[in-house]
Design a protein around this ligand. Structure first.
Ligand code: PLP
Length: 390
């Protein structure tokens, strides 16, 4: 029998059996104490992820609230912006990929936006960011781990600039939280957002947000979309409920998924993600492939999503390459927007084992051979095993 489908696309990622089983339990009312207990379990686990995503497991927040949203992280991004700024306010949005650009487009609906752009896959020029953030800036938005390019952006440096000008700082931690380091107060993050189906390894459909106590009183839900009024969400979160009907099975699955993260412990989980990303990077290097992102200064390659340039020989025939990977029952992703046909992306978010990483390396290496690229697969597997410590 063929190996089961291995999801190495950057979300949704594989979920464990207990997470799947949680979704099959009988329904309860979202206004019942049974549901409140589920919400509270999810909240406790999310508090842990949002505030203790460090290598020493120490708390990084003086206080804040984790809440769950009935919608994916794009809803959270919009909610954060819409509750913090309105007409006449100024937002500085950093964009060096699809999701940074999305943040900027969201902000344009609510306020005046100055976008600091870098080419997709390139580092931001911190001098340009420094110039853009002024005393008039009300809010700064950025993406920590740019999934579209596999780049880890310098949240700490930008947070310092935002704080120096008393601007609020909203960070998309969608593909870092639960897999890599994230420091709320040290990085001056006022609101952090993540999705269920990424490094939290829960099913897609809902998202989570951390609202630091620093900004809770500044939220103005009356100017946000009715469904995304964070004042109402925060008030309800205190009662372990959502303002509107909750996606009960997804909340249950989230509760189990974050409890599994607590069991593993963030320090161990971060180290594992770093090892596995290093294994993918080393394997692709050994295959003679070129990384797509081009980090500099405090910017780095991602520890959760690896983006690799497709060799010239494959670009014109990239469908055959992706088909060959799919035939091996492995799911990876291509490039988004103008990067379609230029790159491929592999995720190591969630609960992957070392064997699954090696299966991905083998499937990708064999698929390159299928389309005529002569990669050294033995060297790639050796390199990956060395990084995995296996
Ligand atoms: N931000 C980043 C960095 C992402 O990778 C994603 C999803 O891939 C999102 C935000 C949110 O996307 P969605 O709302 O479609 O889940």
């Amino acid at each position: 029998m063929a190996d089961e489908l291995l999801l190495l696309n950057p979300g949704p990622v594989p979920v464990t059996d207990p997470v799947l089983e949680a979704m099959a339990e009988p329904m309860v009312s979202h206004r019942s104490t049974d549901f409140e207990a589920v919400y509270e379990r999810a909240q406790n686990g999310l508090d842990y992820v949002f505030t203790r995503s460090t290598l020493d497991g120490e708390s990084t927040s003086a206080g804040g609230t984790s809440l769950l949203l009935n919608g994916t992280a794009t809803m959270g991004m919009e909610a954060a912006v819409a509750n913090l700024v309105g007409p006449g306010d100024e937002v500085v949005a950093l964009a060096n990929g699809k999701f940074g650009r999305r943040f900027s487009r969201i902000a344009e609906r609510y306020a005046t936006v100055r976008t600091v752009e870098a080419e997709w896959g390139q580092s931001f020029d911190l001098d340009a960011v420094r110039e853009a953030i002024t005393v008039d800036t009300d809010l700064v938005t950025m993406v920590h781990n740019e999934t579209s390019t596999g780049l880890l952006n310098p949240v700490a440096a930008v947070g310092e600039l935002a704080a120096a000008h008393d601007a609020r700082f909203v960070v998309d931690g969608v593909t870092s939280l639960g897999g890599d380091e994230f420091r709320i107060d040290d990085w001056h993050v006022d609101v952090a957002i993540t999705d269920a189906q990424k490094a939290l390894a829960a099913p897609p459909g809902i998202s989570a947000m951390y609202v630091s106590d620093r900004v809770a009183s500044e939220l103005d839900g009356s100017r946000a979309p009715f469904y995304a009024d964070l004042e109402r969400h925060l008030a309800k979160a205190d009662d372990h409920q959502t303002p509107f009907t909750s996606a009960v099975p997804l909340f249950r699955a989230m509760a189990v998924a974050v409890e599994e993260i607590v069991d593993e412990g963030m320090p161990t989980r971060i180290a594992r993600h770093r090892r596995q990303a290093a294994a993918f990077r080393a394997a692709f290097d050994a295959m003679g492939l070129e990384p797509f992102p081009d980090p500099a200064g405090p910017t780095a390659r991602s520890n959760t999503v690896t983006a690799i340039s497709l060799p010239d020989a494959v670009r014109d025939n990239h469908t055959a390459f992706f088909d060959a990977v799919r035939e091996r029952n492995v799911a990876i992703s291509g490039g988004q927007a103008h990067l379609a046909g230029r790159i491929f992306r592999v995720s190591n978010m969630g609960n992957l084992s070392g064997e699954q990483v090696l299966r991905g390396v083998n499937a990708i290496g064999e698929s390159f051979r299928d389309v005529g690229v002569d990669v050294d697969l033995d060297a790639a597997v050796d390199a990956a095993e060395t990084e995995l410590g296996s």
